[in-house]
Design a protein around this ligand. Structure first.
Ligand SMILES: [Fe+2]
Ligand SMILES: [Fe+2]
Length: 191
């Protein structure tokens, strides 16, 4: 597993606990967005059978995460929120190169993998440190699932693109992700 150079401080968990409803709303919105991204990617590449097969499963799993986070909000008497501007995603999406369909696909596979890796890192922290036992177990399970998605996006990138090209671009994008996150205030949100 690749390492993220900017690590989330443990104090972030306290911020989440103090603003749990806001965090859950943001988390739900992120799960919905990654589900949509997986569906968009497979819709645009029907010729890539392995990608279609795998991303149908990813979309289903993200949709299930969305359903379960929504159920937690529901239980707490809370509703979903409207999508807020997300500086993290905006900056990362700006880094995606689109000179041709291939490069666009490569960059999205790598970036989606890195976003999953960050999800894994943050859910791992919640799964280790939240005071609420049930939430701890929930985030522990989600961390494993996002780690699997990270591995899958990377596997697809390596399946369709030369290994050196994938590694070089991955290193650029993973460095950028840490730089972007380190430049943002620590918030009770996924990013
Ligand atoms: Fe997810
Ligand atoms: Fe995921």
């Amino acid at each position: 597993m690749h390492q993220l150079s900017h690590r989330t401080p443990e104090s972030w968990v306290g911020l989440v606990e103090e603003n749990l409803d806001d965090f859950l709303r943001d988390h739900a919105s992120n799960e919905r967005k990654v589900c949509t991204s997986a569906l968009q990617l497979l819709t645009q590449h029907p010729e890539r059978e392995e990608l279609v097969r795998e991303l149908i499963v990813v979309a289903q799993e993200e949709m299930d995460h969305f359903r379960r986070v929504h159920a937690l909000l529901d239980e707490r008497g809370q509703q979903l929120g409207l999508d807020e501007p997300d500086p993290y995603m905006t900056r990362l999406r700006q880094a995606i190169r689109k000179p041709d369909v291939e490069t666009y696909l490569r960059d999205r596979l790598l970036l989606f993998g890195i976003i999953e890796l960050r999800g894994f890192e943050r859910f791992r922290l919640l799964g280790d440190h939240l005071a609420d036992e049930r939430l701890r177990a929930f985030y522990d399970e989600l961390a494993r699932s996002e780690a699997g998605h990270y591995a899958l996006y990377l596997k697809l990138a390596r399946l369709y693109f030369p290994r050196d090209e994938v590694e070089n671009r991955f290193q650029q994008l993973i460095a950028l992700e840490s730089e972007v996150l380190a430049g943002l205030p620590l918030r009770p949100s996924l990013h």
